[in-house]
Design a protein around this ligand. Sequence first.
Ligand code: NAG
Ligand code: NAG
Length: 213
Amino acid sequence: MKFNSIKRFFPLYTSLILIIFSSAVSPGANDLHFYDGVSTADVIFGDVFFEILDPPELRYSYRIRPAKDFGTPFNESIQFQDARLVPTVPLHSCSDIVNHDDIVGQIALSERGECSFVFKTAKAQQAGARAIIITESVDKWDDSLDHLIEMVDDKMELDVNIPAAFLLGRSGATILRTLRKLKKSYAVVNLPINMTHVPISKMNQPPWISWIL
Ligand SMILES: *[C@@H]1O[C@H](CO)[C@@H](O)[C@H](O)[C@H]1NC(C)=O
Ligand SMILES: *[C@@H]1O[C@H](CO)[C@@H](O)[C@H](O)[C@H]1NC(C)=O
């Protein structure tokens, strides 16, 4: 059974392929000048970035893709400083969230599967979250799931009033496993961080991200 409506983000991949192609035919393709003429704004489109401040093992910036047609926008009203990114209990966020005391006013982190993205968002909102980030299922994740997906409404017509975004499975799995290992119930984050004028080479992406994703 497939609950989540998935649509790969083709325009992004198309432009990446164009970038890769043009780098392959130009001299110096293996050095950073290969990004000449391509601004960060060109490659991030409507994506949003957040950074983890604590734990130090996860201190990088992460790209997330806002849901396409549900939830509210990541506009100027959405400003988290030293906020908590809290894995929901249960992690799939398909039933009532038990750790609502930790989540109220903060950002929920949930994994994909079991129910729709919109349903997870509604559950997080019910628990008092001010935003939700959804990633791949931590136990099912593998390299083949390494895509930023565009979450779409499944026509359940739930009214959700918080923003929702998708985080790459590799990063989500690393964050969830690291928090588990450290027995921490949250990470400290700033969201969003403004990457518009940050050169691609200075974006402080996690070392496990090999491309600008
Ligand atoms: C952000 O979006 C929400 C929901 O659409 C809206 O209520 C709020 O006024 C917006 N804030 C700004 C600053 O545009
Ligand atoms: C990001 O920062 C630039 C200046 O560096 C500013 O012009 C732009 O409006 C900012 N974008 C957002 C979304 O805050």
